[in-house]
Ligand binder design. Structure first.
Ligand SMILES: CC(C)(COP(=O)(O)OP(=O)(O)OC[C@H]1O[C@@H](n2cnc3c(N)ncnc32)[C@H](O)[C@@H]1OP(=O)(O)O)[C@@H](O)C(=O)NCCC(=O)NCCS
Length: 135
């Protein structure tokens, strides 16, 4: 898999929006983000690094980012899952940031992501608790 910075991909905003729509973890509690809000978020350069993942055949298969606090996020289009793209993309990122302590915040219901990161040598170091004050 190849990593293209989002600035180098013409339709990266559309691809990232499509990925956002595919997220099923927590979907009930999450309002679908408007296109305008999404574009403003992307334009705000929220992450240290943000990539569109492209297969050897030239198809966009997902995206991956690294925050300024070294937190990784990776998502693969449903149609392209279980083909090794996330593992390959993570390997690239880990190689590029050798020696750094990398983190990933994962929903405990997201078993595929947990298995992915554990298989790459990550371990659980913290459990984040949440409470909504508006009920
Ligand atoms: C988790 C995710 C990134 C994995 O991507 P992928 O390209 O399909 O993963 P890979 O093919 O590289 O698989 C690597 C390992 O991950 C684990 N894994 C991936 N999908 C899995 C699934 N459905 N169930 C269990 N384990 C899974 C396995 O350990 C797998 O290794 P194996 O195939 O040798 O068993 C992908 O399923 C995804 O994008 N899910 C949605 C996550 C999301 O919404 N995140 C929020 C945004 S940050």
């Amino acid at each position: 898999v190849k990593l293209y910075t989002i600035d180098g991909v013409a339709n990266s905003k559309e691809l990232l929006y499509k990925l956002l729509n595919e997220r099923d973890v927590n979907i009930s509690s999450r309002e679908m983000l408007s296109w305008d809000y999404h574009c403003a978020f992307v334009d705000s350069s929220p992450y240290e690094e943000w990539y569109i993942l492209v297969s050897d055949e030239g198809y966009a298969v997902g995206a991956m980012y690294l925050t300024r606090m070294n937190e990784i996020g990776v998502q693969i289009f449903k149609a392209a899952q279980r083909k090794g793209y996330a593992r390959a993309a993570l390997s690239h990122l880990m190689e590029r940031h050798k020696g750094k302590r990398l983190l990933a915040n994962i929903n405990p219901m997201d078993e595929p992501s947990i298995k992915l990161f554990v298989s790459m040598g990550f371990s659980i170091i913290q459990v984040t608790m949440g409470y909504s004050c508006d009920h």
